[in-house]
Design a protein around this ligand. Structure first.
Ligand SMILES: [Zn+2]
Ligand SMILES: [Zn+2]
Length: 280
Protein backbone atom coordinates (compact mmCIF):
# COMPACT_ATOMS: atom_id res chain seq x y z
CA UNK A 1 0.00 0.00 0.00
CA UNK A 2 1.02 3.56 -0.60
CA UNK A 3 0.28 6.18 2.05
CA UNK A 4 0.27 9.88 1.22
CA UNK A 5 -0.23 12.72 3.69
CA UNK A 6 -2.39 15.61 2.48
CA UNK A 7 -2.83 17.10 5.95
CA UNK A 8 -0.84 16.52 9.14
CA UNK A 9 -1.82 19.41 11.43
CA UNK A 10 -4.04 19.04 14.47
CA UNK A 11 -7.00 21.06 15.72
CA UNK A 12 -6.94 23.98 13.23
CA UNK A 13 -5.07 24.79 9.99
CA UNK A 14 -1.76 26.50 10.69
CA UNK A 15 -0.47 27.98 7.42
CA UNK A 16 2.55 30.26 7.33
CA UNK A 17 6.29 30.51 7.05
CA UNK A 18 6.79 28.51 10.27
CA UNK A 19 4.98 25.38 9.05
CA UNK A 20 6.24 24.94 5.46
CA UNK A 21 8.17 21.74 6.19
CA UNK A 22 5.53 19.69 8.02
CA UNK A 23 2.48 21.46 6.60
CA UNK A 24 -0.45 23.53 7.83
CA UNK A 25 -3.45 21.54 6.55
CA UNK A 26 -5.47 19.38 8.92
CA UNK A 27 -5.78 15.60 8.79
CA UNK A 28 -6.24 13.84 5.47
CA UNK A 29 -4.37 10.69 4.44
CA UNK A 30 -4.72 8.84 1.14
CA UNK A 31 -4.05 5.11 1.09
CA UNK A 32 -3.80 3.41 -2.30
CA UNK A 33 -3.97 -0.37 -1.89
CA UNK A 34 -2.01 -2.81 -4.05
CA UNK A 35 -5.34 -3.92 -5.56
CA UNK A 36 -5.80 -0.36 -6.84
CA UNK A 37 -8.55 0.64 -4.41
CA UNK A 38 -8.29 4.06 -2.83
CA UNK A 39 -9.08 4.79 0.81
CA UNK A 40 -9.05 8.29 2.27
CA UNK A 41 -8.80 8.77 6.02
CA UNK A 42 -10.51 11.95 7.29
CA UNK A 43 -11.66 15.05 5.49
CA UNK A 44 -9.52 17.77 7.04
CA UNK A 45 -8.41 20.75 4.95
CA UNK A 46 -5.81 18.53 3.23
CA UNK A 47 -8.72 16.90 1.39
CA UNK A 48 -9.01 20.02 -0.80
CA UNK A 49 -5.52 19.37 -2.18
CA UNK A 50 -6.30 15.72 -2.78
CA UNK A 51 -9.36 16.81 -4.80
CA UNK A 52 -7.19 19.06 -6.97
CA UNK A 53 -4.69 16.26 -7.47
CA UNK A 54 -7.35 13.73 -8.50
CA UNK A 55 -8.96 16.14 -10.96
CA UNK A 56 -5.71 17.41 -12.52
CA UNK A 57 -4.55 13.85 -13.10
CA UNK A 58 -7.97 12.60 -14.30
CA UNK A 59 -8.01 9.94 -11.58
CA UNK A 60 -11.53 8.52 -11.08
CA UNK A 61 -12.96 9.77 -7.78
CA UNK A 62 -14.25 6.53 -6.33
CA UNK A 63 -13.05 5.69 -2.86
CA UNK A 64 -13.85 4.78 0.73
CA UNK A 65 -13.72 7.71 3.14
CA UNK A 66 -12.98 6.50 6.66
CA UNK A 67 -13.76 9.09 9.32
CA UNK A 68 -11.89 8.73 12.62
CA UNK A 69 -14.34 11.03 14.40
CA UNK A 70 -16.45 14.10 13.89
CA UNK A 71 -14.34 17.02 15.10
CA UNK A 72 -14.25 19.90 12.65
CA UNK A 73 -10.52 19.69 11.91
CA UNK A 74 -11.28 16.26 10.41
CA UNK A 75 -14.30 17.39 8.32
CA UNK A 76 -13.53 20.96 7.21
CA UNK A 77 -12.12 19.99 3.83
CA UNK A 78 -15.23 18.14 2.66
CA UNK A 79 -17.20 21.14 1.29
CA UNK A 80 -14.02 22.24 -0.54
CA UNK A 81 -13.35 18.84 -2.10
CA UNK A 82 -14.24 19.76 -5.69
CA UNK A 83 -15.11 16.24 -6.92
CA UNK A 84 -18.01 16.18 -4.46
CA UNK A 85 -19.87 18.44 -6.92
CA UNK A 86 -19.48 15.94 -9.80
CA UNK A 87 -21.93 13.18 -10.66
CA UNK A 88 -19.06 10.84 -11.54
CA UNK A 89 -17.74 10.86 -7.97
CA UNK A 90 -18.59 7.96 -5.68
CA UNK A 91 -17.70 8.08 -1.98
CA UNK A 92 -18.45 5.29 0.47
CA UNK A 93 -18.25 6.70 3.98
CA UNK A 94 -17.40 4.47 6.93
CA UNK A 95 -15.73 4.82 10.32
CA UNK A 96 -17.00 6.46 13.50
CA UNK A 97 -20.80 6.46 13.10
CA UNK A 98 -21.58 9.95 14.50
CA UNK A 99 -18.94 11.44 12.19
CA UNK A 100 -21.16 10.84 9.16
CA UNK A 101 -23.87 12.94 10.83
CA UNK A 102 -21.21 15.56 11.52
CA UNK A 103 -20.20 15.48 7.86
CA UNK A 104 -23.76 16.28 6.76
CA UNK A 105 -23.99 19.10 9.30
CA UNK A 106 -20.95 20.89 7.85
CA UNK A 107 -23.29 21.85 4.99
CA UNK A 108 -26.40 24.04 4.88
CA UNK A 109 -29.03 23.10 7.42
CA UNK A 110 -32.01 24.00 5.16
CA UNK A 111 -32.83 26.62 7.81
CA UNK A 112 -30.64 29.28 6.26
CA UNK A 113 -28.18 29.18 9.13
CA UNK A 114 -25.82 26.32 8.21
CA UNK A 115 -22.06 26.49 8.06
CA UNK A 116 -21.92 26.37 4.25
CA UNK A 117 -24.30 27.63 1.53
CA UNK A 118 -24.79 24.25 -0.18
CA UNK A 119 -26.99 21.55 1.38
CA UNK A 120 -25.60 18.02 1.74
CA UNK A 121 -28.46 16.46 -0.25
CA UNK A 122 -27.79 18.85 -3.14
CA UNK A 123 -24.30 17.43 -3.71
CA UNK A 124 -24.01 15.70 -7.07
CA UNK A 125 -21.62 12.97 -5.93
CA UNK A 126 -22.99 9.57 -5.05
CA UNK A 127 -22.32 9.36 -1.29
CA UNK A 128 -23.19 6.18 0.57
CA UNK A 129 -22.85 5.50 4.24
CA UNK A 130 -21.62 2.05 5.13
CA UNK A 131 -21.70 1.35 8.85
CA UNK A 132 -19.28 -1.59 8.85
CA UNK A 133 -16.10 -0.58 10.63
CA UNK A 134 -17.62 0.17 14.01
CA UNK A 135 -19.06 -3.37 14.06
CA UNK A 136 -16.32 -5.47 12.49
CA UNK A 137 -13.66 -5.53 9.81
CA UNK A 138 -14.10 -4.05 6.36
CA UNK A 139 -12.78 -6.34 3.63
CA UNK A 140 -11.65 -4.52 0.48
CA UNK A 141 -10.86 -7.42 -1.86
CA UNK A 142 -8.59 -9.12 0.64
CA UNK A 143 -7.29 -6.04 2.46
CA UNK A 144 -8.74 -6.15 5.95
CA UNK A 145 -9.37 -2.94 7.85
CA UNK A 146 -10.45 -3.08 11.46
CA UNK A 147 -10.77 -0.54 14.23
CA UNK A 148 -10.37 0.20 17.92
CA UNK A 149 -12.04 2.90 20.01
CA UNK A 150 -9.89 5.93 20.78
CA UNK A 151 -9.53 7.77 24.05
CA UNK A 152 -10.88 11.09 22.82
CA UNK A 153 -13.68 13.44 23.89
CA UNK A 154 -16.87 12.34 22.07
CA UNK A 155 -15.11 9.17 20.89
CA UNK A 156 -13.52 8.01 17.67
CA UNK A 157 -11.82 5.11 15.92
CA UNK A 158 -8.28 4.14 14.92
CA UNK A 159 -7.86 1.96 11.83
CA UNK A 160 -5.59 -1.01 11.15
CA UNK A 161 -4.92 -2.03 7.53
CA UNK A 162 -3.65 -5.55 6.79
CA UNK A 163 -2.46 -6.14 3.25
CA UNK A 164 -0.72 -9.48 2.82
CA UNK A 165 2.03 -9.58 5.44
CA UNK A 166 2.02 -5.83 6.00
CA UNK A 167 0.17 -3.83 8.62
CA UNK A 168 -0.34 -0.11 9.02
CA UNK A 169 -2.20 1.55 11.89
CA UNK A 170 -3.55 5.09 11.78
CA UNK A 171 -4.45 6.43 15.21
CA UNK A 172 -4.95 10.15 15.55
CA UNK A 173 -6.66 12.07 18.33
CA UNK A 174 -5.83 9.46 20.92
CA UNK A 175 -4.86 10.03 24.55
CA UNK A 176 -2.75 7.03 25.52
CA UNK A 177 -2.51 8.04 29.17
CA UNK A 178 -6.17 8.95 29.67
CA UNK A 179 -7.46 8.51 33.21
CA UNK A 180 -10.51 6.65 31.90
CA UNK A 181 -11.14 4.58 28.80
CA UNK A 182 -8.98 2.12 26.95
CA UNK A 183 -5.75 1.08 28.69
CA UNK A 184 -2.28 0.94 27.14
CA UNK A 185 -2.16 -2.90 26.89
CA UNK A 186 -5.19 -2.82 24.59
CA UNK A 187 -3.46 -0.35 22.26
CA UNK A 188 -0.26 -2.43 22.44
CA UNK A 189 -2.26 -5.44 21.29
CA UNK A 190 -3.88 -3.50 18.46
CA UNK A 191 -0.60 -2.11 17.03
CA UNK A 192 1.60 -5.12 17.87
CA UNK A 193 4.29 -5.79 15.28
CA UNK A 194 2.90 -3.38 12.71
CA UNK A 195 5.19 -2.15 9.95
CA UNK A 196 4.01 1.43 10.29
CA UNK A 197 2.25 3.19 13.14
CA UNK A 198 0.98 6.70 12.49
CA UNK A 199 -0.02 8.21 15.83
CA UNK A 200 -1.06 11.53 17.30
CA UNK A 201 1.86 13.13 19.16
CA UNK A 202 0.46 16.60 19.68
CA UNK A 203 2.02 17.34 23.06
CA UNK A 204 5.35 17.52 24.87
CA UNK A 205 5.79 15.51 28.09
CA UNK A 206 5.95 18.78 30.04
CA UNK A 207 2.60 19.94 28.58
CA UNK A 208 0.58 16.80 29.16
CA UNK A 209 -0.34 17.30 32.84
CA UNK A 210 -2.11 20.58 31.94
CA UNK A 211 -3.89 18.89 29.03
CA UNK A 212 -5.15 15.63 30.50
CA UNK A 213 -8.56 14.81 29.11
CA UNK A 214 -8.01 16.77 25.89
CA UNK A 215 -7.66 13.55 23.90
CA UNK A 216 -4.09 13.67 22.63
CA UNK A 217 -0.75 12.09 23.51
CA UNK A 218 2.77 13.30 24.22
CA UNK A 219 5.48 11.99 21.91
CA UNK A 220 7.24 10.02 24.68
CA UNK A 221 4.04 8.04 25.34
CA UNK A 222 3.82 7.19 21.64
CA UNK A 223 7.46 6.06 21.45
CA UNK A 224 6.91 3.89 24.54
CA UNK A 225 3.84 2.30 22.93
CA UNK A 226 5.73 1.65 19.68
CA UNK A 227 8.65 0.02 21.48
CA UNK A 228 6.44 -2.09 23.72
CA UNK A 229 4.41 -3.28 20.73
CA UNK A 230 7.49 -3.98 18.57
CA UNK A 231 6.37 -1.55 15.89
CA UNK A 232 8.95 -1.14 13.10
CA UNK A 233 8.35 2.41 11.85
CA UNK A 234 6.68 5.32 13.60
CA UNK A 235 5.31 8.58 12.23
CA UNK A 236 3.92 11.34 14.42
CA UNK A 237 0.90 13.27 13.21
CA UNK A 238 -1.69 15.83 14.37
CA UNK A 239 1.09 18.34 15.03
CA UNK A 240 0.05 21.06 17.45
CA UNK A 241 -0.99 24.21 15.52
CA UNK A 242 1.38 26.27 17.65
CA UNK A 243 4.38 24.12 16.78
CA UNK A 244 6.88 25.51 14.22
CA UNK A 245 8.89 23.27 11.90
CA UNK A 246 11.83 23.68 14.27
CA UNK A 247 9.67 22.61 17.21
CA UNK A 248 8.53 19.47 15.36
CA UNK A 249 12.12 18.66 14.36
CA UNK A 250 13.09 18.92 18.04
CA UNK A 251 10.35 16.41 18.96
CA UNK A 252 11.69 14.01 16.33
CA UNK A 253 15.27 14.40 17.60
CA UNK A 254 14.25 13.81 21.23
CA UNK A 255 12.18 10.79 20.22
CA UNK A 256 15.06 9.24 18.33
CA UNK A 257 17.14 9.52 21.50
CA UNK A 258 14.53 7.37 23.23
CA UNK A 259 14.94 4.50 20.74
CA UNK A 260 16.45 1.56 22.56
CA UNK A 261 19.18 -0.33 20.68
CA UNK A 262 17.47 -3.70 21.13
CA UNK A 263 14.05 -2.40 20.01
CA UNK A 264 12.38 -3.40 16.74
CA UNK A 265 11.61 0.28 16.25
CA UNK A 266 14.14 1.55 13.68
CA UNK A 267 12.58 4.69 12.23
CA UNK A 268 10.83 7.70 13.72
CA UNK A 269 9.79 10.85 11.91
CA UNK A 270 7.02 13.41 11.86
CA UNK A 271 4.54 13.16 8.98
CA UNK A 272 5.06 15.86 6.37
CA UNK A 273 2.30 17.21 4.15
CA UNK A 274 2.94 15.83 0.65
CA UNK A 275 5.12 12.94 1.82
CA UNK A 276 4.47 9.46 0.51
CA UNK A 277 5.38 6.11 2.11
CA UNK A 278 5.18 2.68 0.60
CA UNK A 279 4.69 -0.70 2.31
CA UNK A 280 6.59 -2.92 1.64
ZN1 LIG B 1 -8.13 16.50 15.57
ZN1 LIG C 1 -10.56 15.38 17.76
Amino acid sequence: MEIKFWGTRGSIPAPGAQTLEFGGNTTCVEVVLANGQRVVIDGGTGLRLLGQHLMENHIPCQFHLLLTHGHWDHLLGIPFFEPIYLESTKVIVDGWPPAFQGMTRVFDSHMGDGFFPVAFDHLKADIDYLNTLANGPLDLDGVLIDSIHLNHPQGGLAFRFREGKHTMVFATDNELGAARGRRIPEFVEFVRGCDLLIHDAQYLPEEISERRGWGHSAYDEVVALAQQAEVHNLLFTHHDPGRSDGDVEKIVALSREMMAAHSKLRYIDAAREGACYRLP
